[in-house]
Design a protein around this ligand. Structure first.
Ligand SMILES: Cc1cc2nc3c(=O)[nH]c(=O)nc-3n(C[C@H](O)[C@H](O)[C@H](O)COP(=O)(O)OP(=O)(O)OC[C@H]3O[C@@H](n4cnc5c(N)ncnc54)[C@H](O)[C@@H]3O)c2cc1C
Length: 254
């Protein structure tokens, strides 16, 4: 797979929630190769600062149209600049980067929370078998994702911390029951680290394989700067090139 640096024209930008946007860019060389779980590194400004590109997961890839969409939360300087980028402008983007999901599951359960659901959208549209998804959030407003996923999956299960939508509690309030009844053969998870860790523990105890997509601060995204390493079993792992997707049993230090 060839990494490409390209000038990608912004085709669309829209709000999905008050602080979450989807940006669609024309990037045929990235779209033709991008796999679920991979990411792009986006230059958010033509000025000297901020210097570092911002990594964003591929949320939608349309190979025919040659477009990629990323879904991002506006939290700091870089994502505010990205949110202000107008349709018609160009962005320098490097991708596709990293090692994505293994797609060989026959009976997959996908578990996501927060912006971890962005790369999972690309995953569920790429799996060639019926998919169930478990979406967790603090409130009903945070699980707006259900509408994005519904048409691509068989069952959508929802938990909210405050009980305003679906089952009350975090995803682990429902996960053991789903694992007991669903005959799943693999669980895919992306979300906040405490959630991924807790989900992986339950899935491993159930004797099933679990794929996790880690998010670490990173600079180059190419495996050179080593800023995103984490502890694996007997070796350091580079999240940007060995991951961001790992089998949960490979990860010793989250
Ligand atoms: C492989 C990968 C894929 C990602 N995919 C997505 C995605 O699809 N959608 C999305 O919204 N975000 C994603 N992120 C996180 C995203 O890169 C950061 O939110 C973004 O870089 C923040 O930039 P900023 O300049 O707005 O914020 P900054 O000013 O850099 O940071 C603002 C705050 O955000 C937090 N933060 C920033 N970066 C990270 C990070 N990498 N991990 C944890 N906390 C962070 C910090 O607590 C900081 O206080 C991904 C990160 C990685 C490593």
């Amino acid at each position: 797979m060839t990494k490409v640096i390209c000038e990608a024209k912004v085709i669309a930008q829209k709000f999905l929630a008050p602080d979450v946007k989807l940006i669609e860019v024309k990037a045929p060389e990235i779209a033709s190769q991008g796999q679920p779980g991979q990411f792009v590194n986006v230059e958010v400004s033509r000025q000297a600062a901020p210097l570092l590109r911002r990594p964003l997961g591929l949320a939608v890839v349309n190979k025919e149209a040659g477009t990629c969409s990323m879904i991002y939360r506006i939290i700091g300087e870089g994502t505010h600049l990205l949110a202000d980028t107008c349709v018609g402008a160009t962005l320098s983007i490097i991708g596709p980067l990293g090692h994505g999901f293994d797609l060989n599951a026959k009976r997959p359960l996908v578990v996501g929370g927060g912006l971890g659901l962005a790369p999972l959208l690309n995953l569920v549209t790429s799996l060639a078998v019926p998919v169930d998804i478990l979406i967790g959030g603090r409130t009903k407003a945070e699980v707006f994702w259900t509408e994005l996923f519904r048409e691509h999956v068989r069952n959508v299960y929802v938990t909210t911390d405050d009980g305003s939508c679906g089952t009350q509690g975090n995803v682990n309030a429902l996960l053991p029951q789903l694992l007991a009844e669903g005959e799943y053969d693999c669980v895919y998870v992306c979300g906040p680290v405490p959630m991924m860790k807790a989900v992986a523990q339950v899935v491993e105890q159930a004797g099933l394989p679990c794929q996790v997509s880690l998010e670490k601060y990173m600079a180059c995204g190419l495996g050179a700067c080593l800023s995103c390493t984490c502890g694996g079993i007997g070796k350091r792992l580079k999240v940007c090139t060995d991951g961001p997707v790992f089998w949960s049993k490979e990860v010793a230090e989250w």
